[in-house]
Design a protein around this ligand. Structure first.
Ligand code: EPS
Length: 353
């Protein structure tokens, strides 16, 4: 089983990550990891903080001479912008974790909540997810993402450029939400199970995506539109094409009964607009009861483009976990051989003259 944990604060010394259960002998180099981290950083809508943070990292364990060793992978991403002194303010920012977490943890300084709740943490999840992404790529499985909409505009139909939309929002001091899609190409049949609720891969990937800051909705395949369709139209039929059993559509998004069916896995996420607003949001000081205004200069204008990239790595982590559950094995070649044999057997079963 693949597990990961992160630690670290937005302006603390360093982000820390541990990826446990990763197989040995998988080739991966630092250049590859750096490139994945850059993908999250250099996207439209980012704040000036991304010009400060370079996301240089250090692998402290689990890698030797360009190959994983099977030991837990330890990763550090030191922050460039470090703030040893945090604001003493007791006003929670609405829309963030502040209010509930301050009461829950009996903490009177909202900065202590903000520091950990910040999406800076997703940098580490992409760092750890790089290993999973490489693992999948070497097995012939690819994960892609695309932003579908920004605020209410469908990016396929809109004639206003993304840059123009973002500039307009930034000028007004506003932030924008949107939707993005994650697509897994060439997944094996049979990951997950219908046999127990906590074995369904749809729920597992959904949990990963819902754990991403600002994600408020997740749908699979036809998603919410399926609720408006009749049964027949929402079914993916069978046919024989080129002597092989295949499907007529992919409304299920590659997952039926919690099991991958061999079609592309498709998830879409709705992300709310980042609640840190330049113009300010009204709050109340929890200590004194006085009314306050909190202005944020560091928020992204939109986190949707970054979210799409992060979603890929979260999906990669969960998919790799399911591959390890199904195929077992401790070294990369062992898993690769088992997966290839499985794919061959399935292919034979689907071949019809
Ligand atoms: C974030 C707020 C800003 C962003 C941050 C996510 O940071 P802060 O207010 O903590 O300086 O810059 O994103 C990153 C630093 C990053 O690397 O993604 C938030 O509130 O989620």
């Amino acid at each position: 089983m693949l597990r990961y944990l992160t630690a670290g604060e937005s302006h603390g010394k360093t982000l820390v990550g541990i990826l446990e259960g990763f197989p040995s002998n998988m080739p991966i180099n630092e250049k590859y990891i750096a490139l994945q981290l850059k993908r999250r950083r250099i996207v439209p809508g980012r704040s000036s903080r991304q010009k400060i943070e370079t996301d240089n990292f250090e692998i402290i364990s689990g890698l030797y001479k360009g190959k994983t060793t099977g030991a837990p992978i330890g990763l550090l991403v030191p922050n460039k912008k470090i703030s040893p002194k945090l604001s003493q303010n007791s006003s929670p920012r609405p829309g963030h974790a502040d209010f509930a977490a301050m009461l829950k943890y009996d903490i009177h300084q909202s900065a202590l909540i903000r520091e950990r709740a910040s999406a800076r943490e997703t940098c580490m999840r992409v760092g750890l997810g790089s290993f999973a992404m490489r693992f999948l790529q070497l097995l012939g499985i690819n994960i892609k993402s695309r932003v579908i909409s920004l605020a209410s505009a469908d990016l396929n139909k809109s004639n206003k450029s993304i840059t123009a939309k973002l500039e307009e929002a930034a000028k007004k001091g506003e932030t924008l939400g949107g939707t993005f899609e994650i697509r897994v190409e060439n997944p094996p049949i049979g990951l997950g199970s219908h046999n127990q609720w906590d074995k369904k891969i749809s729920a597992d990937i959904g949990k990963q995506l819902l754990s991403l800051n600002a994600v408020k909705g997740v749908e699979i395949g036809g998603g919410f539109k399926l609720a408006e369709m009749n049964g027949l139209d929402s079914i993916d039929g069978f046919e024989i094409e080129n002597g092989k059993i295949c499907r007529t559509s992919n409304m299920a998004g590659g997952i039926e009964g919690g099991i991958t069916n061999g079609q592309d896995i498709i998830f879409r996420c709705a992300m709310k607009a980042v609640p840190g607003i330049k113009k300010g949001t009204r709050s109340i000081n929890l200590k004194t009861g006085s009314k306050t205004l909190i202005c944020s200069d560091t928020s992204d204008t939109t986190a949707v483009f970054a979210g799409a990239v992060i979603g890929e790595y979260l999906t990669a982590l969960e998919l790799s976990n399911h591959i390890l559950k199904k195929f077992g094995g401790d070294s990369f070649d062992e898993i690769k051989d088992r997966l290839f044999l499985w794919n061959k057997q399935i292919s034979k079963k689907l071949r019809k003259k």
